[in-house]
Design a protein around this ligand. Sequence first.
Ligand code: M6R
Length: 605
Amino acid sequence: MCGITGYTGFNQAGPILLDGLKRLEYRGYDSAGIAVQGEEEIMMLKATGKVSHLVDKYNDTPDFKGVCGIGHTRWATHGIPSDTNAHPHLSADGKFAVVHNGIIENFAEIRAELEKYGIEFKSETDTEVIVQLLAHNYKGNFKMALMKTIAKLEGSYAIGVISADHPGTIFCARLSSPLIIGLGLEENYFASDITALVSNTKDVIDMDDGEVAELTPEGVKIYDHAGREINKAVRHITWDIASAEKSGYEHFMMKEIMEQPQALKATIEPRVKDEEIVFDELKLDMKKFNRVHITACGSAYHAGCVGRGIIEALCRIPVEAEVASELRYRDPIMDDKTLVIVISQSGETADTIAAMKECKYKGATVLAIVNVVGSSIAKLADHCLYTWAGPEIAVATTKGYTTQVVLLAMFAVWAAGELKTISHGAYTSMVKDIMRLPERAQRALDLNSRVMKMADKYYDNQSLFFIGRNMDYAVALEGSLKLKEISYLHSEAYAAGELKHGTIALIEPGRLVVALCCYEKLLDKTISNIQQVKARGARVLAVAHEGNRAIVTEADDVLFVPVTDPLLVPVIEIIPMQLFAYYVAKKNGCDIDKPKNLAKSVTVE
Ligand code: M6R
């Protein structure tokens, strides 16, 4: 989705903006642009396609000079990807330029009103109304014109604006879209995402809804919705630029797959003291709730499906898991005795935000499981537990997912302890198994070269199935999504027992079926489903626990992973599936980190 960045200081803004845009590329986009305050006027460069096209244009324009500017990567929502629709957008009088992340819902109404004044629009975008309205409202005071403008906007926005009449000044504003200010020495920055800033500064201010920031080289002022100056805390980022770069890996996805043992460790260890799970940050009375709803999108929803199983098994409380895009419109039955767990790596997913707002409106208590510190979901939730996965850049989530699952498992054990639904022995054994997950994840990663061979063997299957039962089924959902999103192969996940109710008609000689077989309580059942597809000519690639002899005679190939508690199976079992998706996509020549049509953070409905 769109990304924004800006710089004011004493260096040339162009290279700094382009570097920031390159770091925002992972979010998904189809055009990009930058604008700087030139000697006499605002200068702009735009390009459809990759940021590298914009860099070429910049290198071919030696006059493009200025020490204050804004930049944007656009993921088209209103109007096709084109140079005209790309941001920044300029006001008709050429005095203001804006970059915007979000959607202005009442843009048609504002546009019609401004057109009555004879203002001519150049693009089809919702964003252009912001800059045209700003110029229309401007009577010499930049801040006042901006406050008046944003008061009229409905929807979501993180914006950065420059003015030809105010050299060195950038104004930013936010409503329901992420915005961070970066603090430097006689130079300051803004961006929609820390990764765009972290090579320049590690001191940031998280903007909240309704706030406006004024950036000059000398300093940053933050104002509340009424324009009063306020003090905001400065946050120091603890991870460095290497975390946001590939560190020698060919793709971010592979780097992030390999980082899982470390990410799991970072998420688990600070929360285990004397074999007890301690959430210092969580003040939640579990006895208050008679049911739990889990909601999220995509892989985070798949993590939620695992969480449902673990919480129900350990806490004996009814749990539902539902995709946020459905829950938000379903008028769900919930009240103040309902705990809603929302899960999101980015913390900015529009459907998840809308669903959590709906749940809060109905009186539920919301606990968020989020990776990005200070994100919208983290802020809106009543309680928040962070996964400490570090920045995740590849569109296909890997360490984001496994850290979500482990945190849900830890929450379930903790909650079962609070509710006294778990014996001391079972509690201690779960904690021990959770503590061993980083090492077991490392052993699962040792399958790397064997998985590569499996990908060589099976990469040209145009349509395949993932099957499993219980926890294995939850992994099938995630394994299948991983494969299709980066390799563009058709794949479906099926509860193994459900296959015979229709889908088995699609099994034909040579069809690949990936059978997840680590949930051993139901292994016999899954094996009989394997036999059913084999009888119809399918080839079977199984994932099973080390020492499982039964599977060897049933499947064509087996990937053996370390044994773990049945409820923790997904954390380990998904790892060879992530590697499989990666190598199949690579064999098929796909753009692994930036799959077509996808965005890292889906901030539109
Ligand atoms: O940032 P979130 O966890 O809220 O994102 C939710 C989904 O968009 C995300 O998991 C998506 O399905 C991934 N691309 C899957 O790899």
